[in-house]
Design a protein around this ligand. Sequence first.
Ligand SMILES: *Cc1c(COP(=O)(O)O)cnc(C)c1O
Length: 388
Amino acid sequence: MPNFKPAQRLAQLPPYLFAEIDRVKNEVKAKGVDIIDLGVGDPDLPTPDFIIESMNKAITKGENHRYPSYSGMNTFRECVAKWYDTRFGVRLDPKAQVLSLIGSKEGLAHFPLAYVDPGDLVITSTPNYPVYPIATMFAGGEIYFAPLTEDNDFLPDLEAISPDIWKKAKIFFLNYPNNPTSAMAPRSFYEQLIAKAKEYNTILVHDAAYSEMYYNSANKPLSILEIPGAMDVAIEFHSLSKTYNMTGWRVGMAVGNAELVQGLGKIKSNIDSGIFQAVQEAGITALEKGESFAQEMRDIYKGRRDVAVAELCKIGLDCRSPEATFYIWTKVPKGLDSAGFVTKVLQETGVVVTPGNGFGAPGEGYFRIALTVGEDRLREALGRIAKL
Ligand SMILES: *Cc1c(COP(=O)(O)O)cnc(C)c1O
């Protein structure tokens, strides 16, 4: 029998943290329990009809059946630039500063291949989207975790990172509005961060996947690129997935510093061949005509958020109301750890929530609720937890 020794990067992958939850979930399901899944950050409602109709038209065009361009159709990139200008007042050169992505996860995962050499140091805020440290590891980089804690409003303490670490840091990964903590970052934070990045020659990678999931239109999430100086040091990753219920379509974009965008583009042109053009055409429709739909979704998630927060308060759990994202990040009851609480809830109520430590050590003591079921199901889920 051949014996295929996996590469180090495969062997080094952390165990799949949700494997144990999946196992218990299947066990509970097999008993016939009605499972309510508040675990995965995937919108439950379908892509709206106007986007599907646009796709239907685009799919019949012969020119869309051929290889797309590596960096994205000009029309798609122009549309992204226009959307950034309208939404954030950020001016982008569509040819030099916009790159299409097969979902933002793809771009985030490939970015370190363009800028990290073995041994280079990369900072990521944590709890975090797992892609940042794993993509760094694939490129041979070392990771420094900057914790997000309630004391710091879930913003990394930039002064607590020593000058020695800053000097070595090639990249700093950040994500606001944040998954899983639902925190937003104020302008002053970005200003300090950009000053540090310039001082220490550090690339800022900002993941803005949730910029359109906000509940206070007087305090909309910022693009890092709105901040003076950002264009010198930052690349921002964005996605149509969450805003327009398009997670299955795989369409996103990287924008910002031209050199960084093009560095990523070079890596990608050797790996993939772009996004199906029909999907890009549907993406253009989403960006051009999707604002009122995005507002409808915000209203729906806001309703759900208010139900969940009210129920959590009733139970006596920590019930801060998030201003953005479709997540609630809240503390497990005293005397339990994240994994213990989540397993108990699942076994005894059939409700799936995510243990905070699955996103990194500072997440211990928390769990995450995804607002991806309707208000009645949410009430039912939290009612079951209340009875525990
Ligand atoms: C969902 C999500 C994304 C978006 O992923 P896509 O690949 O664009 O679907 C990116 N970052 C974070 C933190 C997310 O939660």
